[in-house]
Design a protein around this ligand. Structure first.
Ligand code: C5P
Length: 209
């Protein structure tokens, strides 16, 4: 089974030194990639500007911006059986990037435009590939996660809260295209990775334990 995994934050530069990003470390996607490889998968990781150390022995392609991550994913889609989008992709990028460092006296007025939605674009050419996404939502984000599952043409979406960033684990909910829903009170990122790979390899029967 060939796995394509995105992880970590993207970074959207507005001038030569300043950027918009978030505190995602990349740990979740790296644990998932490791688990997939441990279970015999061929794994390619597309990593944003991660602070976690990439696992040794895995093919890791480094990108910076959402647009770069999008190109890297789309060009490898047709040679993947499973796409797992664990990256914390920035939702906005500056309409224009200044070619030099803006000076304080220039003032700062930036028009932000949406980044390409990688999973949505990949979802338009999904075929029989399995697509799993993540949704980081504040409390009560279930309906928003369900909308993302449909809009991005995903098979499964893992819902977690902001406390997941930089932590060892947390509480997770899993929504399936089939309408199934599962709640996990506390999982470490390693436990979550095992669950996601069980799901990819065995389908929902893996959850009936
Ligand atoms: O940011 P959002 O809540 O929509 O992210 C949900 C899922 O979509 C995540 O799996 C994330 O990796 C993915 N995503 C993406 N491209 C974006 C934004 C998010 O693939 N521009």
């Amino acid at each position: 089974m060939r796995f394509l995994v995105t992880t970590g934050p993207t970074r959207e530069y507005l001038d030569s030194v300043r950027y918009l990003s978030n505190g995602s470390t990349g740990a979740t996607g790296f644990r998932i990639a490791e688990e997939a490889a441990r279970r015999g998968g061929d794994v390619v990781v597309i990593a944003g500007t991660v602070s976690a150390a990439p696992p040794a022995g895995l093919e890791v392609i480094r990108v910076v911006s959402a647009a770069e991550m999008c190109d890297a994913v789309l060009s490898r889609l047709s040679s993947s059986d499973v796409l797992i989008g664990a990256a914390a992709v920035c939702d906005w990028q500056p309409a224009h990037r200044a070619p030099r460092k803006l000076a304080k006296l220039d003032g700062l007025e930036v028009r932000w435009v949406p980044t390409p939605d990688i999973l949505e674009r990949a979802g338009a050419q999904k075929g029989s590939r399995l697509h799993i996404g993540f949704a980081l939502e504040d409390a009560g984000g279930l309906s928003s996660a369900a909308q993302k599952l449909a809009r991005k043409n995903l098979d499964y979406i893992v819902l977690n809260g902001p406390e997941a960033i930089g932590s060892r684990g947390g509480s997770y909910q899993l929504l399936a295209r089939s309408g199934g829903m599962w709640h996990f009170e506390y999982l470490t990122k390693e436990m979550l990775a095992a669950l996601v790979i069980d799901l990819a390899l065995q389908g929902e029967s893996a959850l009936a334990r």
